[in-house]
Design a protein around this ligand. Sequence first.
Ligand SMILES: CC(C)(COP(=O)(O)OP(=O)(O)OC[C@H]1O[C@@H](n2cnc3c(N)ncnc32)[C@H](O)[C@@H]1OP(=O)(O)O)[C@@H](O)C(=O)NCCC(=O)NCCS
Length: 207
Amino acid sequence: MSASSVAAGTTAELLAAQTHNLAHNPASFSIAHETPADSSAREALLDRVMGEGRKRKSSEKLRRKRVPAYGTALVARDDNGAMIGTVRLWHISAGKRACGEDVPALLLGPLAVEDAYAGRGVGSRLMRQAIRNAQALGHKAILLVGDPEYYNRFGFVAAKTSALAMPGPVERHRFLALELEENYLDGASGVLSATGKLTSERLATAV
Ligand SMILES: CC(C)(COP(=O)(O)OP(=O)(O)OC[C@H]1O[C@@H](n2cnc3c(N)ncnc32)[C@H](O)[C@@H]1OP(=O)(O)O)[C@@H](O)C(=O)NCCC(=O)NCCS
């Protein structure tokens, strides 16, 4: 579909064209582990899709200058190898247990998909692979801040974070968790804290 046809089309024509486009040109993409060479493409993608405000989110406090959890930083690539999606997960403690022990868990985000590929299942594939990898690596819960209308489909619910808090403002209904081990978050309370390995100053701007 050309830009001119989008500008000229009515909403109905546009929807019909999009449906036709999706049916006849299903997105072809692959999911892979992120590599150090992906960092500038990832940052550019995040700036395009999420804007500058992304660095002011409460979640960012748990990610800044930290290394993502091993095996959970994924990218989606188109047939030419260009990055069209990204997701990363981070080591956190989901508050504390009554005995004062940390509650090791992961924080997911950002998840972002290039606009041109929206609605073609890229975000879902990234999510499902990231969840599978986290489970295979023995993680017990994943938390995130995001739209429940999107993340509910992967099993994330706000009920599991009711005793937890972000280290900054958060809309409670968008503060979600998925337990990979049943009832793992029961009894966990308090503020999330970053527990991931610190990156070196040289790499801090790249992750
Ligand atoms: C959210 C995002 C990652 C989804 O990626 P995607 O590849 O388009 O998603 P999928 O193709 O797997 O899923 C599409 C479905 O999700 C729905 N969806 C997409 N974004 C949504 C949102 N923010 N809230 C609710 N539903 C959403 C679509 O309506 C579509 O629904 P359908 O399956 O009923 O048709 C992508 O839109 C994006 O990068 N958004 C901007 C960055 C962002 O906000 N990220 C965090 C999300 S809170």
